[in-house]
Design a protein around this ligand. Structure first.
Ligand code: GLY
Length: 379
């Protein structure tokens, strides 16, 4: 079936699911207007806007979700909440020495989107400031963007493939290639040192800080072990590489996205399209992670749009829809008594198993908006 035919045959489900998202989120947009939620406690969004909690890497997803809904509906309630969340995020700039590599997750999908949609100059400044902070983490001897702070010297992580989209934007915006060059050097390192031959990925790699192109150690990170494959890490790689392809048109990133996608799809199909937390975890306990499914679905849809052959388009689009449908019927909570939507997210193999996490809702909504055919790419 062709891309458009697959969309057509799922149209009813797509529209119905979008309607449910709008019904639930137009209510929580007002209820949680002055919060930066991460999860829910007794059905209520928590709030990470106060003091140093404002630095939490997930604090852009609520505002980002509001912008996705605004793009898809044009409703003011979403725009107002998105703008409020951006004001709350400003507090993070008071802790410059504690800023980290995840500034793309925080500002690119909030301030970056606000600027692109409304031309707001203050939002452009925020996103550029964050891009400058991210690019200043580049190790010029090692050819990578270092993760985290303090003694994690020389560490790189797969997640950072999503943050570098902010650098592609900064280069485009101010007409200066330096940000894009940093992003591509980092993507090339990630392709070589994080993506394995079979399409699975390493979460954390430790490098020499003074020599280029080294691997000193591979660490387990949030997955089961250093030789296993954390599914959210794989989804960051899948979506991150196809986005790097979209921004640079470098064929190697498209090929890498396909390699990771093929591994992710084959593993997820084994468990009725519901992704496990780690594709190489022991059979028991059977841990899942819905956030990995939502992120991967976004990447698979973009991949389907960017591959040439009808056969590949069908493979990737169908996989995305299978994952989204399986998660919608098994893991979405549409009740009024619960602020979150997608359940069964997992923070890491050792803690925070099967809980709602804000970026699960964000990427689920982004994926459905893509299926609706809305031509808007936040990253
Ligand atoms: N970026 C951290 C995580 O995916 O949990």
């Amino acid at each position: 079936m062709k891309y458009e035919e697959i969309i057509q045959s799922n149209q009813q489900w797509i529209e119905k699911t979008w309607g449910k998202l709008d019904e639930k989120l137009s209510r929580t947009a007002v209820k949680s207007r002055y919060k930066l939620p991460y999860t829910t406690v007794n059905g209520e969004h928590d709030d990470k806007s106060q003091d140093k909690a404002v630095l939490c890497w997930t604090n852009g997803f609520w505002g980002g979700l509001m912008w996705q809904m605004y793009v898809g509906t044009g409703k003011e309630c979403y725009k107002i909440t998105a703008e409020e969340s951006e004001k709350l995020l400003d507090n993070a700039f008071h802790y410059v020495d504690s800023l980290h590599h995840d500034v793309g997750f925080m500002w690119h999908i909030t301030s970056g989107v606000n600027y692109r949609l409304t031309g707001n100059a203050a939002s452009k400044n925020r996103n550029l400031l964050a891009a400058m902070s991210l690019s200043s983490r580049y190790n010029v001897d090692g050819n990578y963007i270092r993760a985290w702070n303090a003694d994690r010297i020389g560490w790189t992580i797969i997640d950072c493939m999503m943050n570098i989209n902010q650098l592609y934007w900064a280069s485009e915006e101010i007409g200066d290639p330096r940000f894009k060059r940093v992003a591509m050097r980092h993507a090339d390192m990630t392709m070589r040192d994080h993506v394995r031959a079979d399409g699975s990925v390493n979460h954390i790699v430790v490098h020499d800080t003074e020599k280029a192109d080294t691997v000193l150690e591979v660490k387990a990170g949030q997955g089961y072990s250093e030789t296993s494959c954390w599914s959210r890490g794989a989804s960051w790689a899948l979506y991150g590489f196809i986005l790097s392809y979209i921004h640079t048109k470098a064929e190697r990133y498209l090929q890498t996205a396909k390699k990771v996608a093929d591994y992710f799809v084959a593993e997820t199909e084994k468990t009725a399209w519901l992704p496990r937390l780690d594709f190489r975890q022991p059979e028991e306990p059977l841990y899942y992670d819905s956030t990995a499914g939502a992120i991967a679905a976004c990447g698979l849809i973009e991949l389907a749009k960017n591959v040439e052959s009808e056969e590949e388009k069908e493979k990737y689009l169908s996989a995305a829809i299978n994952i989204l449908k399986a998660m919608e019927s098994s893991w979405c909570n549409w009740s009024k008594n619960e602020d979150s939507i997608l359940q069964m997210g997992s923070e890491r193999y050792t803690k925070g198993i099967h809980m709602p996490i804000i970026y699960g809702d964000y990427f689920f909504a982004e994926a459905i908006l893509k299926l609706k055919g809305t031509d808007f790419l936040a990253w």
